[in-house]
Design a protein around this ligand. Sequence first.
Ligand code: BTN
Length: 264
Amino acid sequence: MIIGSTIHRLPSCSSTNDVAMALAREGAEEGTIVIAAEQTAGRGTKGREWHSPAWKGLYASVILRPQQRDLSLLPVIAGIAAVEAIQKAAGIDVRLKWPNDIVRGRRKLGGILCESSWSGSSPTFAVLGIGINVSQRRGDFPPELRTRATSLRLAGWKAANPAALETSLWTRLDVWYGAFENGEAVAIVSAFESYLSIPIGKLIKVVTEGAVLAGVLAGIDTRARLILTDARGEHRLPPAEILDVKSPPAGRRKQGEAEHAPGD
Ligand code: BTN
């Protein structure tokens, strides 16, 4: 097993991604993990903050030295590993929202932040940061997140122990990183699609470069782009935000398929 060959446990740090990037630059071996009880400057995607109170969540970053040149499926394998680890350790069904969110119903439970360093067109290393809300109660979230975020405790996991999640996470990540390095992109995409919170076939709206595109969710491709179809054909979208979801008009629904909301 590569993932978890070395584990650095920190009581507190700015961001485990920052520490892991620095260790990787100094030559840390593939599979090295940095895990912190607290982050004082946890980072999310798009420059957002990742709220990381002490002992309430799992905040970890894994150093990888991929042979593959296209890293777009790395956040995807982290999401798949997180869903499977949560199912195994906590028995809680969580889903993925493209591109990087781990969700329970309509609420965000975790996220992935993948950063990399390059030499020409080859990656020298990548850092896969994973944040999962574990034992927060509603009041532990800042007011602006209370209606949008959740934790495994709030989802019903009584033990709510970040440490109990770790081993399953490293094991599942090891399996899926092996698949990634073996070029098993189709199997990775298929697993990701099976864990989507918004089922394939739903009508969605996506914000891309200032424009809003509406169409039917057809899946993701092997470069982690969302495939959306509309009257003009097929669009393959780079990471963007899914705004809205509806079932197709009744005539286009499969028999027995009920209308339901995102993540239901
Ligand atoms: C997101 O959904 O915006 C991504 C959140 C990623 C948070 C994790 S916590 C561990 C690692 N260190 C960070 O600073 N961020 C990632």
